[in-house]
Design a protein around this ligand. Structure first.
Ligand SMILES: [Zn+2]
Length: 187
């Protein structure tokens, strides 16, 4: 099982205000899928980067939040004997496809990670607010995308879908879940 853990805390200034950056990241080799491919997953928690101009985010509830934590969960799938991943990115199907688990992982734990990643990955890049229904459009069931024009505006603020990146702040139990994964990897 490959494990790594990095943590750093740096401070700097942005338009005169001190800002901090917290960073935690861990890589896991979860196991192999039915074809013997190896499924690796990276979990990362980070605050808005110092170079990020969007230090103050609007939330999906239309309040303001400073430097919200962003969680990302990404995978790399390797075929035996090949250096480059045959699949990489944010999709969680590879996590669900694992059938032979490495020590520390099992079906239940992997299923939970996939569900949490589906729900919270890129939580500060939400196109829609909490009061909005997404309208999907496309020319086939396999090629659907959220419509930027057909979603009704927010009934409270008039916000139009896709006009900004909104932050869905991680609830404490969700943050604790991802922090727990990262800290487990460092033990
Ligand atoms: Zn709204």
């Amino acid at each position: 099982m490959e494990r790594s853990f990095t943590t750093s805390h740096t401070t700097g200034t942005h338009e005169g205000a001190a800002v901090g950056k917290l960073h935690g990241k861990a890589q896991f080799f979860i196991g192999q899928d039915g074809d013997g491919n190896k499924v690796h997953v990276e979990v990362e928690l980070r605050e808005g980067d110092l170079s990020d101009r969007h230090l103050v985010y609007e939330t999906v509830e239309h309040s303001k939040v400073l430097n919200p934590l962003t969680v990302t969960v990404t995978h790399d799938v390797y075929e035996a004997g090949r250096q480059d991943p045959i699949s990489a990115g944010a999709g969680t199907d590879p996590i669900r496809d694992v059938v032979a688990f490495t020590p520390g992982w099992d079906q239940e734990k992997a299923t939970k990670l996939a569900a949490m990643a589906d729900r919270w990955h890129n939580n500060t890049l939400r196109a829609g607010c909490a009061h909005q229904r997404v309208v999907w459009e496309g020319d086939s069931p396999h090629n659907m995308r959220p419509s930027l024009d057909k979603a009704p505006p927010c009934p409270h603020t008039g916000y139009r879908y896709g006009r900004a990146w909104l932050a869905e702040v991680l609830p404490p139990d969700v943050e604790a879940y991802f922090r727990g994964l990262i800290e487990q990897a460092s033990m």
